[in-house]
Design a protein around this ligand. Sequence first.
Ligand code: GLP
Length: 261
Amino acid sequence: MEVVICGSAGEMAELAADVVEAVLIGKPEAVLGLATGSSPLVLYDELVSRCLDARLSFGRAKAFALDEYIGLPPDHPERYRAVIEREIASRVDFAPGAVRCPDGNAVRVLQACVDYEADILSSGGVDLQILGIGTDGHLGFNEPGSSLASRTRVKTLTRQTRRDNARFFGGDVDTVPRHVITQGLATISQARHLLLLASGSAKAEAVHHLVEGAVSARWPAAVLQHHPHVTVLLDEAAASALQLAGYYRETYANKPTWQGL
Ligand code: GLP
């Protein structure tokens, strides 16, 4: 796991976009994993600007979203299908139908989960998964207690996550759905490269457990310690509880120039 403590949101966006750009240049038909939430927005803005400058194209790429709320009306602006469309998919040159999301309104929701797994598999698997992290250490919507071997399935959100996400629902925690579909921790871990972005002091405890804690379902993101290629981009506040922050800084500052993220 490589931890990079960034001096600014701009630096974080540049580094993350460099990773996406390298993947798309090396493999234009790459499969990307897209996350919602505030954390990846700086990256998405940077990708849009590089796309407008014709530095990169998503024209042959595919993408899968991590998760989705269950039961929001089809025209609800906070459905993750709508968020992904608004924040990234409609702003770059993905081909029609290239971006998939779990179906939170499926009549046969369990089958929808199985089908989503099958779609990811038949696309060849995710080359680069973009991730944020919840204040309780969730990845996607894999809340504490999630099996480290879990696959796409239905989960119940913690009160803490519903409170955190209430800002997208007019501040009213009771209107945040209780149930979601999320890729499982094993599904996420199958992506070839994982790129996690976190900013702000509210993430500091979760980031500490992700990077330096014991691997357990109590802090689900710690499962990434088992993955051979994880890049964690943090701002100073999100890095503030790391015990080995000095070492991560020294390592990155002395990184050989030939070695990308
Ligand atoms: C949501 C999403 C996660 C995201 C997390 C953090 O619950 N399901 O994928 O990582 O929130 O969001 P934010 O980046 O807004 O803090």
